[in-house]
Design a protein around this ligand. Structure first.
Ligand code: NAD
Length: 255
């Protein structure tokens, strides 16, 4: 499919996992893709893979917690390719796993700073560029844990609930500008983030993965490409009547 020909997309946290798959899928659909991350080598590898497949991409180092850097990088992308159509707010960290009363304010704020403030900064600085081309699509990575609760990593779950609500609020503000804002709610997807949770779990990675598989009615965890497909759909005109929506891609986890 070539639904995004002529468009420009920025993906945060685009070097690995869901972000990398999203960069590759958006490029396959015809978009020029700004792969942004703090993992420079991995980010450049994503660009190489896209170029080898005949797509257009470039890497920008971008820590989403740095508002000035967000403003600068988005302006550079627009200087390079002339427009900004899709902003994928994907960068996220799992953070500390402890009971809420055991968590320091510093550990709490570390997660909120990346997962919530990062989305705020990128949205804030993307809107003006999108208005300049008469609209756009902002896609925020929440989680099934932005919808239901869980007894682990409390700041992460709070952050994903915040992203879900920011999405709805921003959708209402920017509908008049033809900027659609939607959230994506993955179940467990096997990425470095989830593998690291497995490595830190008492049962070890393999048993952890099997246990996660069993939690999804469909019988297994998802792949980054499953989420990338949803992101490409939300970026495209196929989703032109969707804003403020929650796209749940979870193998039946929350059914
Ligand atoms: P990942 O850890 O595999 O990749 C995340 C990327 O974000 C990495 O490349 C990392 O370098 C980058 N990153 C981290 N901090 C950053 C910062 N401050 N600035 C810029 N980049 C930064 O994670 P993933 O599993 O691919 O998750 C991607 C998104 O999807 C996250 O928002 C995550 O919360 C969400 N999500 C993931 C799952 C899952 O099961 N994997 C489920 C639900 C939601």
């Amino acid at each position: 499919m070539n639904r995004l020909t002529g468009q420009v997309a920025v993906v945060t946290g685009g070097a690995k996992g869901i972000g990398a798959a999203a960069c590759e899928r958006l490029a396959r659909e015809g978009a020029k893709v700004a792969v942004t991350d703090v993992a420079d080598d991995a980010g450049r590898q994503v660009v190489d893979a896209i170029e080898k497949a005949g797509g257009t991409a470039a890497y920008w180092r971008l820590d989403v917690t740095d508002e000035n850097a967000v403003a600068r990088v988005l302006a550079e992308v627009v200087d390079t390719w002339g427009r900004l159509d899709t902003m994928v707010n994907n960068a996220g960290i799992a953070g500390i796993n402890a009971e809420p009363h055991e968590i320091s304010a510093e550990d709490w704020n570390t997660v909120i700073n990346v997962n919530v403030n990062g989305v705020f900064y990128c949205t804030k600085h993307a809107v003006g560029h999108m208005r300049a081309n008469g609209g756009g699509s902002i896609i925020n990575l929440s989680s099934i844990y932005g919808i239901i609760g869980a007894r682990d990593i409390p700041p992460y779950h709070a952050s994903k609930g915040a992203v879900r609500e920011m999405t709805k609020t921003d959708a209402l503000f920017y509908a008049k500008d033809k900027i659609r804002v939607n959230s994506v709610h993955p179940g467990f997807i096997w990425t470095p983030l989830v593998e690291d949770l497995g490595k830190n779990s008492p049962q070890g990675v393999e048993a952890f993965r099997k246990e996660l598989d069993s939690r999804h009615p469909i019988g297994h965890v998802g792949e980054p490409e499953d989420i990338a497909a949803g992101i490409a759909f939300l970026a495209s005109d196929d989703a032109k009547f969707m804003t403020g929506s929650e796209l749940v891609i979870d193998g039946g986890y929350t059914a």
